[in-house]
Design a protein around this ligand. Structure first.
Ligand code: PLP
Length: 284
């Protein structure tokens, strides 16, 4: 395996950043995860748009042009011979003597790209069963709309899920409403077949998969309401599912101790999963 580190492709086992990288010391950086399908990037434009926004919000300089970054992503995918999988991109504020304020002078942002294969059949098998999720208090900061590498609450939530035999944790706000998963957006389908997902203006990351599924649902003529929903509502829902670039559309069949629907993945989630790549933007 090969990783891209600050301008060079190096063996993955030897890919290193400096101990004073601000990503390492302060989680002062952003990232993107892009799906790779048939060796091609899925929804690259949207991922680049979101990346530029994240960098702007944290006032980290763009390390290179969008075209150059796109080339690095593709080259990393190619050198790792990834057909189906994902590419990971991280940009931090760079290396400087540890001090909280931004470094003075012209410190170059640090760029790391890795890629790996994901077994699509395995994902498909999990989707046929559906996953369990647990709920945990949302104790994150207010700027979860920025895709930063500062993910400790997400890590702890996901570990709690693992220890409870679940695959994902849903964060719950003070009003008892689900915000999102530790690395996914959360959806339910109510008794009348309406899709419900939290608006992306507050309290969640605007998932690229979420955006594509919103468009897909509209195209399919499904009724969609963007509003917060409570844990209680979710437990009574006909269906539930999560979305992300790696899990795609993944049915949820249990929330804490509540079985969702008849305990099998719902038909709407299944349909959205089947149609997802037809709605995504895949470069030729
Ligand atoms: N919400 C959080 C907190 C995430 O970390 C992610 C992805 O990692 C998502 C939602 C889903 O976003 P996307 O569909 O762009 O992968």
């Amino acid at each position: 395996r090969v990783a891209y580190v600050n301008g060079r492709y190096v063996p993955h086992a030897e890919a290193c950043v400096h101990v004073e990288d601000r990503g390492y010391q302060f989680a002062d950086g952003v990232y993107e995860v892009c799906e790779v399908l048939d060796g091609r990037l899925v929804d690259e434009r949207r991922h680049m748009d979101r990346l530029e926004r994240s960098l702007k919000e944290l006032r980290i300089r763009e390390p290179m042009s969008r075209a150059a970054l796109g080339h690095v992503l593709r080259e990393t995918v190619r050198r790792n011979r990834v057909r189906d999988g994902m590419v990971y991109l991280q940009i931090t504020r760079g290396v400087a003597r540890r001090d909280h304020p931004f470094p003075k002078g012209d410190v170059a942002p640090a760029v790391v790209v890795t890629a790996r294969s994901i077994d699509r059949r395995k994902g498909g098998k999990v989707a046929e069963q559906g996953i369990a999720v647990i709920t945990v208090p949302d104790n994150r900061w207010e700027r979860v709309d920025i895709k930063t590498v500062s993910l400790l609450p997400n890590v702890l939530a996901r570990q709690a899920a693992e220890e409870a035999g679940a695959a994902e944790a849903w964060f719950v706000d003070r009003d008892g409403c689900v915000t999102e998963g530790s690395s996914t957006n959360a959806w339910i389908v109510d008794i009348d077949g309406r899709l419900i997902t939290r608006p992306a203006d507050r309290g969640i990351l605007r998932g690229i998969t979420r955006t594509v599924v919103v468009e897909l649902a509209r195209r399919e003529g499904l009724e969609l309401v963007e509003r917060p929903f409570t844990v209680e509502e979710a437990k009574r829902a006909r269906e539930a599912f999560v979305t992300s670039a790696t899990k795609l559309v993944m049915p949820v069949v249990r929330i804490d101790d509540a079985v969702i629907g008849n305990g099998k993945p719902g038909s709407i989630a299944g349909r959205l999963r089947d149609l997802f790549h037809g709605a995504a933007e895949i470069a030729s």
